[in-house]
Design a binder for this molecule. Structure first.
Ligand code: NVA
Length: 311
């Protein structure tokens, strides 16, 4: 059996991602049409950081797939403290058909996947948020009618999980991904390199700069909090350098006339985005939040099927 995991966006090839997104659309139209967790099998859900959209969308989605969402309290379990990640993985892999984990270090998630014996899904780490990007791609496809060739500009903290996942997942989908971020908050160059290599094969492209001109003519504008979970006391000025990158009406005016606006939420109105834009007609953030459920159901069903087939 070949186990498939979803630890970072580029664990899915362009073909894989297209299959998952097609399944997400199918599941949105017919939510109970796939029941890979019927039994019910359990799906372990662990959150080491705050959550609203992830916990609710995974729990609802797992139930719709016929399964049981098994909430595991990371603090009670003491993952990496009371017992090693490897031992926790061995235990949960004997209880659950899939493990979904939100944590800090990507390396811990990788260790979980190495020892679980069942598919492991990244529900956000410091480095990536790939389930959110699948939902965002589904939302872009719904509102723009296509993915490949769309100009997708993200503004704000270019070093965070969302920016890095947009680079990898967006390049996989053939988007022209532009990251506009202040100096000192650019993505890891190794991630940019990986994304550029993917884009070379999909017809997409990758641009990282501190230049607000990257918003010019964009089909999609996206932003995210300037202070990600776990960075609250990192000693960096997370206000002044980001101010020019706020998504406001003026910035939106530089994008395409029919551009849409994404935000993974929670949003801080008056910081990375104005209330006018977030609550205005171009923002599609509630569709984006709903699509978490459909996209995650699709990736879970796809991973289980591939892992069973040994494909
Ligand atoms: N970059 C944000 C995403 C929240 C969904 C964070 O990590 O807090």
């Amino acid at each position: 059996m070949t186990l498939r995991h979803f630890l970072a966006d580029d664990d899915l090839s362009p073909t894989d991602q297209a299959e998952v997104l097609a399944l997400a659309a199918e599941l949105k139209a017919a939510p109970f049409s796939r029941r890979p967790l019927d039994g019910p099998h359990s799906a372990a859900l662990i959150f080491d950081k705050p959550t609203l959209r992830s916990q609710s969308s995974f729990a609802a989605g797992i139930a719709e797939l016929g399964g049981h969402p098994m909430l595991v309290d990371g603090r009670l379990a003491g993952i990496g403290v009371r017992e090693s990640v490897a031992d926790v993985a061995r235990i949960l892999g004997r209880q659950a058909a899939v493990i979904i984990w939100r944590t800090f270090a990507q390396a811990d998630l990788v260790a979980m996947a190495e020892h679980a014996g069942v598919p492991v899904v990244n529900a956000l780490t410091d480095d990536y948020h790939p389930c959110q990007i699948l939902a965002d791609l589904q939302t872009v496809a719904e509102h723009r009618g296509a993915l490949a060739g769309q100009v997708f500009t993200y503004l704000g903290d270019g070093a965070n999980n969302m920016a890095q996942s947009y680079l990898l997942g967006g390049a996989t989908a053939g988007l022209h991904v532009r990251i506009a971020a202040p100096p000192g908050f650019h993505p890891d160059p190794a991630v940019v390199e990986r994304a550029a290599a993917i884009a070379a094969g999909t017809g997409g492209s990758v641009t990282v700069a501190d230049d607000l001109g990257l918003a010019e003519g964009a089909d999609v504008l996206a932003t995210d909090t300037w202070v990600s979970m776990g960075q609250e006391n990192d000693g960096l000025d997370r206000e002044a350098p980001f101010r020019p990158y706020q998504v406001d009406e003026a910035l939106l005016g530089r994008a395409a006339a029919d551009a849409i606006v994404l935000h993974c939420l929670p949003a801080y109105r008056g910081k990375e985005i104005t209330a006018e834009v977030l609550d205005g007609p171009r923002a599609v953030v509630w569709d984006e939040a709903e699509n978490r459920r459909h996209a995650q159901k699709a990736v879970i069903a796809w991973l289980l099927e591939r892992s069973r087939d040994g494909a």
